[in-house]
Design a binder for this molecule. Structure first.
Ligand code: NAD
Ligand code: WQD
Length: 343
């Protein structure tokens, strides 16, 4: 089966995608500089799949290092490029670090692919490219607005870089995947999200509160024009998200793409409010959560959710899990993670 290079393979989405790729018979090599991960995810992947995935502890911002990986593996059939820094707030404080890391690593990976004639590329993009979208649900042709952060701008620029490189590289094919709000964990609880401490995304904030790392959590605003006053997002289970990568890769390998570069939204297709997410957690965990209403968080949009018809039709992708599944698996992972840290 084809060999796939997964960059950022020790991270949250990369590790779950590796499991799905192995489950579908692909061979995987990972490259991750461990700037936001350790290699424990590789142990989890081994426990789940029985396969040990090799990882290059490599900074993809270094071209020679990147080229070496391709020299070692002349049979790489495709690349899934997850490696990036991803904290929106941090990117506002450290724009140069974000532009340097996210753009240089992308450019080097594309350069190495061109030199080694590797033809299939999947890029981790983000719903943040839409900015404050003018219409809901967001389709792939919804016009992109001004980026709200340097992080989001690295994704807008990344998409453009991929498209420009493709124009100059006949044969190179790419899929840009725009994730909405990934959350949850593998059902085994052997891999999951290991956020920076303290977490900033809603689902790990909820599980960190429930496990006692925080005394209570804040709901950022209940005066939005939504059904209960809190913001609406499209939470996509990590295993559904992971499977979309395998499908996108197979789509390219089969030559089913009509254009050299195609874009897919990856969301469940409907929105959940912050309060609904909290209630889902309480329902599946049987545990009351300590929360209070606080001020709006600067930069938050009122509501965003995906039109995912394109991914359903062309990739045959059907997200099967809902907010309850997200909370159940995120909670199992949080408990497992703290138990193994304390033992
Ligand atoms: P993550 O931080 O868990 O994984 C990214 C991995 O890339 C980390 O393990 C990190 O060590 C590695 N990395 C970073 N820079 C590197 C470099 N220069 N060289 C080698 N390795 C490097 O993040 P994630 O949540 O798994 O996100 C994966 C991708 O998906 C990123 O591109 C992110 O921007 C994108 N994305 C994430 C979300 C989300 O909410 N998690 C949403 C939309 C898009
Ligand atoms: C979700 C909702 C908060 C924490 C971010 C990035 C986006 C993409 C996905 C990378 C919002 C509310 C949160 C808390 C809360 N990442 N909330 N209390 O901001 O939708 O998207 O992750 O590409 O680019 O911006 O996700 O999980 O931070 O917030 O009330 O303690 O939960 O206000 O409505 P967001 P989030």
């Amino acid at each position: 089966m084809p060999k796939i290079l997964v960059t950022g393979g020790c991270g949250y989405i990369g590790s779950h995608t590796i499991v799905d790729l192995l489950d579908h018979g692909f061979e995987v090599v990972s490259a991750d500089n461990l700037s936001n991960a350790d290699e424990s995810a590789l142990d989890g992947i081994k426990a789940i799949t029985g396969r040990r995935v090799p990882n290059y502890v490599a900074d993809l911002c270094d071209l020679d290092t990147t080229l070496h990986i391709f020299e070692d593996h002349p049979d790489i059939a495709g690349v899934i490029h997850f490696a990036a820094l991803k904290l929106v707030g941090e990117s506002v404080e450290q724009p140069i670090r974000y532009f340097r890391n996210n753009l240089n690593s992308l450019i080097n990976v594309l350069d190495a692919m061109c030199r080694h004639r590797v033809r299939h590329f999947i890029f981790s993009s983000s719903c943040s490219v839409y900015g404050n979208a003018a219409e809901l649900p967001v389709t792939e042709s919804t016009p992109l607005q001004e980026a709200e952060s340097p992080y989001a701008r690295t994704k807008q620029m990344g998409e453009q870089i991929v498209q420009d490189v493709l124009k100059a590289s006949p044969g190179l094919q790419a899929v840009l995947l725009r994730y909405f709000n990934p959350a949850g964990a593998h059902p085994s609880a052997l891999i999951g999200e290991a956020p920076t401490n303290p977490a900033t995304n809603l689902v790990p904030v909820i599980t960190e509160t429930a496990i006692g790392l925080r005394s209570e959590m804040t709901v950022f605003g209940n005066d939005y024009p939504t059904r209960d006053g809190s913001c609406i997002r499209d939470y996509i289970h990590i295993m559904d998200l992971a499977n979309a990568h395998t499908r996108a890769l197979q789509y390219l390998l089969d030559g089913r793409n009509a254009q050299p570069c195609e874009i897919f939204n990856l969301g469940i297709g409907h929105g959940v409010t912050v309060l609904e997410a909290i209630h889902a957690f309480e329902r599946v965990s049987g545990q009351a959560l300590a929360w209070h209403i606080g001020a709006r968080r600067p930069g938050d949009v009122v509501a965003v959710y995906a039109d995912n018809a394109r991914a359903r039709q062309l990739l045959g992708w059907t997200p099967a899990r809902n907010i309850d599944d997200i909370m159940r698996t995120a909670w199992a992972w949080e408990q497992q993670r703290r138990r193994s840290k304390n033992s």
